[in-house]
Design a protein around this ligand. Structure first.
Ligand code: URA
Length: 251
């Protein structure tokens, strides 16, 4: 697909999302939030569902959690417009409650189709509900900061999935914000590994299929100077990546 074809396909899905009435969330929404970003990106971030601000603007992650997501991206030298950002459910659950299983199921075809169009190398899940879609049975406290191959049934045909805490949880708990900075520092390295897998350059580097539930594949910490190996990543200084570059260019 060309960039223009991808953009058109994503816009078609977005229009269907805006017209959707497949579940009860449609009744309470101000605006549906299909997602947005670069149609040519290699990295897709998947959150839970729109909140108050997203519902008003029709755009994902524009509130406080979005502010933290932008800071996390900046810590690895990326901008929100470099990636694609979407959610498991595209309409705001009332009072920001968790999405119900039937609402997630009703919305799943949209996410699957977005991933089929984008064909990302990396899917980053934000929070429990997004993680559960890509790592069924996993526990966020155990798998955040780790990766596993995406099940192609998700729509991501050849991707690595990387789990992170939800930025809203990280805003509530400073320790989780710190862990989120450490986690996102690994994402450029995961992208490089996924590129290598997709190019067939690293045979055997990943298990052939999805691992057993509960089994995960920790990503080694980015290659840093020995003295800095345990230093947390900071927004001011992106961490070194496995290939030694100070940051990994997305495209
Ligand atoms: N939280 C989410 O999960 N998604 C958004 O778009 C905003 C907040």
């Amino acid at each position: 697909m060309t960039r223009d074809e991808r953009r058109a396909a994503l816009e078609q899905i977005a229009n269907e999302v805006r017209a959707c009435s497949a579940c009860r969330l449609a009744e309470g929404r101000t605006r549906a939030v299909p997602g947005e970003g670069d149609p040519d990106t290699e990295v897709v971030f998947v959150g839970e569902g729109p909140g108050f601000n997203e519902d008003r603007e029709g755009r994902p992650f524009v509130g406080r959690a979005g502010g933290l997501l932008v800071r996390l991206l900046a810590s690895v030298g990326w901008r929100r417009e470099d990636v694609f950002i979407t959610n498991v459910v595209k309409c705001r659950p009332p009072d920001n409650r968790d999405p119900e299983p039937d609402e997630i199921a009703a919305c799943a075809p949209f996410l699957r189709r977005q991933l089929q169009v984008l064909d990302p190398a990396v899917v980053v899940t934000l929070g429990r509900h997004s993680m559960a879609t890509f790592m069924p049975g996993a526990r966020i406290g155990q798998v955040h900061g780790t990766t596993r191959p995406a099940d192609p049934a998700t729509g991501a045909a050849d991707a690595l999935v990387f789990a992170m805490y939800h930025p809203a949880a990280a805003l509530r708990t400073p320790a989780l914000e710190h862990e989120s900075l450490e986690d996102i520092a690994r994402v450029p390295g995961v992208l490089q590994r996924s590129r290598d897998r997709r190019a067939g350059a690293a045979p055997g580097a990943e298990p052939a299929g999805p691992p057993e539930p509960g089994v995960h594949d920790p990503v080694p910490a980015p290659a840093a100077q020995p003295a800095e190996a345990s230093a947390p990543a900071t927004p001011a200084e992106p961490p070194a990546t496995a290939d030694g570059a100070s940051q990994l260019t997305l495209f």
